[in-house]
Ligand binder design. Structure first.
Ligand SMILES: [Fe+2]
Length: 384
């Protein structure tokens, strides 16, 4: 759809600005690519802006995976299911609420299908939930988005969402000390942790609350394309699209979260690791979809450009996830700028990002000597 001019009185929250909005001194008030929030609309009125160019193709599409009612509902269902699973551990029959499970995951899938081609960022989630809850819902969101992108039938996407919500449920049967350990697991602990796929599968099948398709996602979410995964080490010819999606999103969210004292890596590092293992560990079509649908440089990421300038990502256009809009704060001679410069990398093709960090301070602290890429240990990447 073509870019439209919308009068200020008619703009709505969620609309995407197609051109920079400037004041009468040509200072940028709202950047191109910004989705309008309430405060932006108030600001426009304060500065007497009469109207804006809106990009209808990019409005209201970024997935807000955090703090939503659907997310809370998924966490609630998972929490009560985990309680039942542990309480009825010794019983032959576990009774999970099948309707509650399908209701919450159906809601999640339907909301994401309505969003159409969303760009997902999982880094800014701070729900106050524990690691299992966050990871389970994160992966359900991301897997659903990739499955939509890969045109998986809706009914299968719903099975995938259930499988992802429960994929790590087997870990609740491990000692709390192990799961809360602040140092990387030993070889014996790795062997034990790897049993979570089988444990989760067995208990869920016994509960009769999830379908065999969803249960098989739980069982096989750590299998790899070349047969090097677990629990059975089967290769690509026995891995369905749902299982292939599961292993990619599980790895991505595990790498970008800190676990067992292993620090989280930034999205670009996680994506690079996954790309480097296309066809050996991960399915090409799923990785391509991940690259399109994840915000590789989420808002707030500090980046160094090929020019030596450093700044912070201010926004990402869904059409150019690897080329964000950057607010330059440090110039190429390492001097702090009095007012930041805006560089839209989707337009400025001569610039490229050479490294990223959680903050400008971290970039400066690391200095130029730290340009060496962060190494990811494959053992820990496919652990959780
Ligand atoms: Fe897992």
């Amino acid at each position: 759809m073509a870019i439209q001019y919308v009068m200020a009185r008619e703009v709505k929250e969620g609309m995407c600005v197609a051109q920079n909005i400037c004041d009468d001194k040509a200072r940028i008030l709202i950047m191109r690519g910004q989705r309008l929030g309430h405060h932006h609309i108030v600001r426009m009125r304060k500065f007497g802006i009469s109207g804006v160019f809106i990009d209808p193709d990019h409005g209201e599409k970024v997935v807000p995976p955090s703090r939503t009612e659907i997310r809370k509902l998924c966490e609630k269902v998972l929490t009560s299911s985990c309680e039942k699973l542990t309480q009825e551990f010794a019983a032959k029959k576990v009774t999970l609420d099948r309707k509650a499970i399908t209701d919450c995951t159906d809601n999640l899938v339907e909301a994401l299908m309505k969003a159409k081609k969303p760009l997902v960022t999982l880094l800014d989630i701070d729900t106050g939930s524990d690691r299992l809850m966050q990871h389970s819902v994160n992966t359900a969101v991301l897997a659903t988005v990739l499955a939509i992108d890969l045109r998986v039938p809706e009914e299968m996407i719903k099975q995938l969402a259930v499988g992802m919500l429960f994929h790590d449920v087997g870990t609740i049967f491990f000692p709390e000390e192990l799961m809360k350990k602040k140092t990387p697991p030993t070889a014996d602990e790795v062997c034990l942790l790897r049993r979570h796929t089988l444990l989760g599968f067995e208990h869920l099948v016994r509960s009769d609350a999830i379908s065999p398709i969803a249960a098989n996602v739980v069982f096989r979410h750590h299998e790899m394309m070349n047969g090097s995964g677990y629990p059975e080490g089967v290769a690509s010819n026995r891995l369905t699209t749902l299982m292939r999606i599961a292993s990619v999103v599980e790895t991505y969210d595990s790498l970008t979260s800190s676990r067992f004292g292993i620090p989280a890596v930034l999205p670009d590092v996680a994506i690079t690791f996954i790309i480097n293992h296309v066809n050996t560990l991960f399915a090409r079509e799923v990785v391509l979809s991940l690259c399109k649908r994840i915000a590789i440089y989420p808002k707030g990421t500090a980046v160094q450009l090929s020019t030596g300038e450093r700044g912070v990502v201010a926004g990402v256009l869904p059409t150019a996830p690897t080329r964000p809009i950057v607010l330059i704060q440090i110039d190429r001679t390492r001097r702090a700028l009095k007012s930041p410069l805006i560089v839209d990398l989707s337009q400025e093709r001569d610039y490229r990002i050479v490294r990223s960090a959680a903050s400008i301070e971290a970039l400066s602290r690391e200095g130029d000597a730290a340009v060496a890429p962060v190494q990811v240990n494959p053992l820990y990447a496919t652990l959780g």
